[in-house]
Design a protein around this ligand. Structure first.
Ligand code: GLN
Length: 153
């Protein structure tokens, strides 16, 4: 395995699945080994301190409001996709309420972090798979290739 994406969905349901299949240990071990990990929307919540604790963030669920408050925005994340803004789809999205040591804020909306990273772990509030722009996918795939090549020697 060269990388792990915890996608959007419903964080309570995903966390129950992780518990049911006893996956937390394996995920923590993989992340600890340096394997790239990306969490999007509910996945961001799962990576934070209230669940797996793979990145030192406190998140607020449904922070931008419930279903009717879902929205799209063009945001700049130069660290991941270069200078051109990317269309980001927020669906009952969380934001990051607090960041701990070593956490870099990569993008904000309305003054709230929506993209953060710490070493090999990256968390996004939005759904990169829904905008038809695959630059985040390309960036993550490149991280995975780089990591896989480094462990293969
Ligand atoms: N609101 C959801 C949750 O808290 C996340 C929504 C999403 O992933 N699009 O789990």
């Amino acid at each position: 395995m060269a990388g792990l994406i915890i996608p959007g969905g419903e964080s309570t349901t995903i966390s129950k699945g992780i518990e049911r299949d006893d996956l937390a240990g394996a995920i923590e071990e993989a992340a600890g080994s340096g394997m790239p990990v990306l969490g999007t929307c509910a996945g961001m919540i799962l990576l934070g301190n209230s669940h797996l604790g793979l990145i030192d963030i406190e998140t607020r669920r449904n922070a931008f409001g419930r279903q009717l408050a879902s929205f799209e925005a063009d945001i700049e994340i130069p660290a991941l996709v270069g200078e051109d803004p990317i269309r980001a789809v927020f669906i009952r999205a969380p934001w990051v309420e607090q960041t701990g040591k070593g956490v870099e804020v990569l993008a904000e909306v309305e003054g709230h972090p929506v993209a953060v990273s710490s070493k090999n772990v990256t968390a996004l509030s939005f759904h990169p798979e829904l905008s038809g722009d695959d630059r985040i996918h390309s960036w993550f795939a490149a991280q995975c290739r780089e990591w896989a090549a480094s462990v293969d020697g």
